[in-house]
Design a protein around this ligand. Structure first.
Ligand SMILES: NC(=O)c1ccc[n+]([C@@H]2O[C@H](COP(=O)([O-])OP(=O)(O)OC[C@H]3O[C@@H](n4cnc5c(N)ncnc54)[C@H](OP(=O)(O)O)[C@@H]3O)[C@@H](O)[C@H]2O)c1
Length: 320
């Protein structure tokens, strides 16, 4: 099969388009013919500094496609079914082997491209808001990096739950594009101080919950943006900087900081069923899956470079 591979970590240009051996089907797994690869924030981080499981290495958490082979012990899935899948790596390829447990059936009529985006971004945003963030209707949420994959999911799910939604982004143009998805107030962090803006927009109360997928440059500000008993769901390191915070800034306001890692629970019934629910809701049009742009798989390097340029709002896909 063809795949986008790399032999060493680095900039997007390390990605090459090459012939590699087809993956083998595990007895408790399936092989899919990939129809769409959703390039996750974690994929760009892994390309830059993640471990190479094989050399060359095929990066990528998430892809959707049609099952072409089913492992001997799998009873829940069948050849010909379309599924959205996750895994530690291997999405940037024509064929992908995944655990049956990490494949979610795509409802008839729902585009595989849209389904490919949902498990990690929406599953993570949902956990940040509800499982760990305990969001309630009427509360106010700040979504750091609102134009990211996780951010756009969080904006929509928070709005649907009855929250007021603030979001940050690196330009006014990016913020403008978030308004149709439920953002009430945008904060351009290049031109405004985020904490001051949050306080101005909330009558000095602060927000009840922050979803922070950026980390180093934002996390202290996320804590300082909290209202009394506010919560931060810390979920990522898109900023690629060390995360240092003054934890004493939590105590006075009975504030809390939770780490959120979907991967630690994705195999549980709770997270698995939650992701299927989100796929089914998206298929019914209950929220939007935002695809910024698609590239052929052969242009994976260009697609990663485009993401690095910070122009994308929502997901960039690769099509084999
Ligand atoms: N813990 C988990 O379970 C989990 C699950 C999913 C994702 N994540 C993590 O969450 C983070 C975001 O993932 P994603 O898929 O939402 O990412 P994404 O769609 O690629 O978006 C990342 C966003 O971060 C912002 N950003 C701020 N500083 C940046 C920098 N130095 N370089 C690049 N972007 C920067 C950019 O928006 P602006 O230009 O507007 O600032 C960019 O759009 C990643 O670190 C990912 O690994 C964790």
């Amino acid at each position: 099969m063809k795949a986008a591979v790399y032999y060493e970590n680095g900039e997007p240009s390390v990605l090459k388009y090459e012939d590699v051996a087809d993956p083998k089907c595990h007895p408790r797994g399936v092989i899919i013919k990939v129809e769409a690869v959703s390039i996750e924030g974690g994929d760009t981080l892994n390309r830059w500094r993640g471990a190479l499981a094989t050399r060359p290495h095929i990066v990528g958490y998430q892809a959707a496609g049609e099952i072409i082979e089913v492992g001997a012990e799998v009873t829940t899935l069948k050849v010909g079914q379309r599924v959205a899948t996750t895994g530690a790596d291997g999405s940037h390829a024509e064929l992908r082997a995944v655990a049956a447990r990490a494949a979610w059936p795509i409802p008839d009529g729902f585009d595989s491209k849209l389904a490919s985006v949902i498990p990690v971004a929406f599953g993570t945003a949902d956990d940040c808001l509800f499982e760990f963030g305990r969001l309630k209707a009427g509360e106010t949420v700040l979504v750091q990096a609102g134009a990211s994959g996780v951010g756009l999911a969080a904006i929509q799910l928070a709005k649907r739950a009855g929250a007021t939604v603030l979001a940050t982004a690196s330009s006014d143009e990016r913020l403008e594009r978030l308004k149709p998805y439920g953002m009430d107030h945008g904060i351009n962090y290049k031109t405004s101080d985020v904490v001051q803006s949050v306080m101005r927009l909330t009558n000095n109360k602060g927000v009840n919950l922050v979803v922070d997928s950026v980390g180093g440059s934002t996390l202290q500000g996320s804590i300082l943006s909290l209202a009394y008993r506010g919560r931060v769901s810390m979920v990522g390191a898109a900023g690629r900087e060390p995360m240092q915070v003054d934890v004493s800034s939590l105590m006075g306001g009975n504030r809390s900081l939770s780490g959120v890692f979907l991967g630690a629970e994705i195999a549980t019934d709770r997270a698995h069923d939650n992701i299927q629910r989100l796929i089914d809701e998206a298929a019914r049009g209950e929220f939007q899956v935002v695809i910024d742009r698609t590239f052929p798989l052969s242009q994976a390097a260009e697609a990663h470079a485009y993401i690095k340029s910070r122009q994308a709002v929502g997901r960039v896909l690769l099509i084999p």
